[in-house]
Design a protein around this ligand. Structure first.
Ligand SMILES: [Zn+2]
Length: 410
């Protein structure tokens, strides 16, 4: 079989993107909720290799351009041209940057061990997986040429890695929060991995914000990295543009920003950095962590104005609203819509139509279609459980093993 997913780094910006081939027999975006196993894979991949496997199955999460300047979908001929220029010259894409890719693959989730290293895949897996999936490193050009021969009508979507990581991390968090809200506990946010960061603690470290928050390490902080090229030219260059986290900027675009903090369309949440004024990393989330790790993260921060349960409900509800209404810059829907039941149905049920694979993934977490949200007994991450038959208790075989080893005192 010809491989269909590759990763490369943009020369201008330093960010990575996936090149995803879509066969000509499969051009339509998803309209039904996603298969639950696949949705869980997209929420819980822990290495580049697992990510490539999940995306090879799901196809691109967002296959249309979010900005006018962006050209996300290419014909196979255009894609081959881009890659030929990349291999030969100064333009387009280049080999992956191992250190930076490691940071970009930031993994949201509660870890059973609570260590900083669980925020990223292992270093060894990153270098191994680049050899396997790198567009340049694994001769993806030869594979694209094979695609052109076998299926001349196929297309290639160039999707920013940042988007895919954001979908993973937001989905994983929403599922965990929903499970903890449903369980009826009061400390929903803390149980979901947030820590309270109060005014006094915060002003001692950063001395800027006056509010207190519940905070959680959430995604790579792309503004921290000095090696990135933020020159104004990238906006004019389609291929330069494609790798700057457009989904996140789009989400944040949906409502006004305030100074110093990124305010998005979810009213009780902000994304903040753990840096003091000089730019040094601050021991923001946990003093045991290394400041250089703190610095690479953007922290999702939820208001502590109400009780944890109400704040978690408000966060999940407005995240769902925001995702449902997500569009391209031209107003084409990327989220989902509801259509009336057919008058010929025996039961008048509304139908949900999902306008992108990302929406269909979120749809299976949010509406669940007969599954219930629960948390893994070992690590606390969200899982989707069938209501009939023996209920699943762990997210993965390794969590089951870890849990029984712990119980046995090993
Ligand atoms: Zn687990």
């Amino acid at each position: 079989m010809i491989r269909s997913v590759f990763i490369a780094r943009n020369r201008n910006t330093g960010f990575h993107s996936l090149f995803e081939v879509i066969g000509s027999d499969n051009p339509v975006p998803a309209t039904a909720p996603m298969d639950f196993d696949l949705a869980e894979h997209l929420l819980r991949w822990g290495t580049l290799d697992e990510l490539v496997a999940a995306i090879s199955e799901s196809g691109p999460l967002i296959d249309r351009s979010i900005y006018k300047e962006e050209n996300r979908r290419l014909s196979i001929n255009e894609a081959i041209e881009v890659v030929e220029e990349s291999v030969g010259g100064e333009r387009g894409f280049t080999r992956c940057d191992e250190d930076f890719l490691y940071l970009q693959l930031c993994l949201e989730g509660v870890s059973a061990t609570g260590s900083a290293s669980s925020l990223y895949p292992s270093r060894a897996s990153v270098s191994r997986d680049i050899e396997r999936h790198g567009l340049i490193e694994s001769d993806g050009l030869a594979e694209l040429r094979r695609w052109r021969e076998a299926d001349p009508g196929c297309t290639v979507v160039v999707e920013p890695l940042e988007d895919i990581v954001l979908c993973r991390n937001l989905g994983s968090l929403v599922l965990r929060l929903t499970a903890n809200i449903r369980s009826g506990c009061g400390d929903v946010l803390e149980r979901s991995g947030f820590r309270h960061f109060d005014k006094i603690h915060r002003s001692r470290i950063a001395g800027e914000l006056e509010d207190s928050y519940y905070v959680l390490p959430f995604k790579h902080n792309s503004s921290f990295d000095r090696t990135l090229n933020y020159s104004s030219k990238w906006f004019e260059n389609v291929f330069g543009y494609m790798v700057i986290n457009p989904l996140e900027t789009r989400i944040l675009d949906l409502s006004p920003k305030k100074d110093k903090v990124l305010f998005g369309s979810v009213p009780n949440a902000v994304l903040i950095t753990a840096q003091i004024k000089t730019g040094e990393g601050a021991p923001f989330f946990d003093v045991c962590w290394k400041p250089e790790i703190e610095k690479t993260q953007l922290y999702l921060s939820i208001d502590d104005g109400g009780n944890q349960r109400d704040e978690a409900v408000a966060f999940v509800e407005s995240t769902v609203e925001m995702l449902r209404g997500l569009t391209t810059k031209d107003g084409e829907p990327l989220g989902w819509s509801v259509s009336e039941p057919s008058i010929f149905d025996n039961e008048p049920l509304p139908r949900y139509l999902f306008h992108s694979a990302a929406a269909s993934m979120f749809g299976s977490i949010i509406y669940r279609y007969g599954y219930v949200p629960a948390t893994c007994k070992n690590c606390g991450n969200g899982i989707l459980v069938k209501t009939r038959g023996k209920r699943r208790e762990f997210c993965s075989p390794s969590c089951r093993t870890q849990y029984s080893n712990r119980k046995a005192g090993l």
